[in-house]
Design a protein around this ligand. Structure first.
Ligand code: BGC
Length: 416
């Protein structure tokens, strides 16, 4: 009896200690589709398991533009969330405002420097200090295909070149199906655009044109060819594309209404949530001409400076959880991405993730690993926004000549 009561006291003490350090984490993100919500639900579960309160701050809108607008107003009002989904060079911009917290204590204790590829760790740091925690590696240059639709239309295998792609698209159209499921929102137009540029021009051209924003590349014959190809892709989308959300476009492929979608592997999260199996129900393949390249998109959470000690503790626990093995596995299994933490066991991952993992390593060596401009990895947010608008205007205005499209994209890149 005495022993039992001692044990009870000890348990009560531990619980009290945990409760004392339990805090609230408010987390801003834009993960609202089926697969995305399941994924972020895992982070919530892990944080609740540590005794913390999860305050969800979800702002719908694929690609995150809406979320960034809302974040700005909260920070300007002096009331930032504990963590926000901020990516790429945007992290530097926020850090330079002096509003981000220093995560070095957690990063040191958890050995982040040795667990992350250097290219990723560098993006998470400002002036040498960690200010953000990376979640995953998404690959953007994917083409998703419905196996049954291809079969119905008599298309054997996924197209490897743009010529093969257009030949397949013709067959699918003739079979009365939609060749390309597209959601007509500017960031989705931009996502397709970067894959087309990569496929038409290759890795070095992509780097010159869309990372270095080199005017010679941006006004070259290769850019003209890219825009011609981009416009031709549009002719294989349906009339209801404008305004459609990306996950509804993915649903068209899942439901055998459309053959292909050009989208990053968060689309795989939708296939997974619908119980679909890669290699059987659907196929993941690199967009035509891009098999030797990898446009990466690393999701990450930047943490804001907080005053309250329990909130700071919860925030540090969130940072540690994000880089922990449990989260890295379960989140990425649902999200469609691969773990950003090195040396993770990939046994539970499917063939698409395994291919992504292999290509990530190989393209890092070959020079084919490139930051996605459409997903905030390549250039500062202002330049990205301007180029995105120019690309989308070209996509939406069939009367604009290719020459004018090239000029307006190059101009947008030059003014920022
Ligand atoms: C994010 C993904 C997200 C997608 C659609 C991308 O920019 O990196 O995590 O699933 O947008 O919302």
């Amino acid at each position: 009896m005495i022993k039992l009561s001692k044990l009870a006291t000890a348990v009560a003490l531990v619980a009290a200690a945990n409760a004392a350090m339990a805090g609230e984490v408010e987390v801003l993100h834009w993960w609202t589709s089926g697969g995305e919500a399941k994924s972020v639900g895992e982070l919530k579960r892990i944080m609740q398991g540590k005794g913390h309160t999860w305050k969800d701050f979800a702002v719908a809108g694929g690609g995150g533009d809406n979320a960034m607008t809302v974040l700005k107003s909260r920070v300007v009002a002096g009331n930032p969330p504990a963590a926000a989904q901020i990516k790429g060079p945007g992290i530097q911009e926020w850090a330079s405002e002096g509003v981000l917290a220093n995560l070095d204590a957690t990063a040191k204790a958890e050995k982040w420097d040795s667990l992350l590829p250097k290219v990723v760790a560098d993006v998470m740091k400002y002036k040498g200090n960690f200010v953000a925690a990376p979640v995953n590696v998404h690959r953007v240059n994917w083409m998703w295909a419905n196996a049954a639709v291809l079969k119905k239309a008599g298309v054997a295998g996924t197209p490897k070149t743009w010529d093969e792609f257009f030949a397949a698209a013709e067959k699918i159209k003739k079979a009365g199906l939609i060749p390309v499921a597209h959601g007509g929102q500017n960031w989705q137009d931009f996502t397709t655009f970067e894959s087309v540029v990569l496929g038409v021009g290759g890795a070095r051209f992509y780097g010159d044109a869309l990372v270095k924003l080199d005017q010679k590349a941006l006004t070259s014959a290769t850019m003209t060819k890219s825009l011609e190809t981009f416009r031709k892709v549009k002719t294989y989308t349906d009339a209801a594309a404008p305004g459609r959300d990306w996950n509804l476009a993915t649903a068209m492929v899942i439901q055998e209404k459309a053959a292909f979608q050009f989208m990053g592997d968060w689309a795989k999260g939708e296939f997974t949530a619908a119980g679909k199996v890669p290699g059987k129900d659907y196929i993941c393949a690199a967009a035509p001409g891009t098999a030797n390249a990898f446009t990466f998109n690393v999701d990450s959470f930047a943490m804001f400076k907080l005053k309250d000690a329990t909130a700071q503790k919860a925030q540090a626990d969130l940072a540690a959880a994000i880089m922990g093995t449990e989260f890295q596995e379960v989140f990425n299994l649902n999200k469609g991405s691969i773990p950003v933490r090195l040396n993770m066991d990939m046994a539970k991952f499917d063939d698409c993730a395994k291919l992504s993992s292999k290509d990530f390593v190989e393209t890092a060596k070959s020079g084919g690993l490139l930051p996605s401009i459409a997903h905030g990895m390549a250039v500062m947010p202002a330049a990205e926004g301007a180029i995105k608008d120019a690309v989308s205007q070209f996509w939406n205005n069939d009367k604009m000549s290719v020459a004018d499209g090239v000029k307006s994209i190059a101009k947008a890149a030059a003014t920022k």
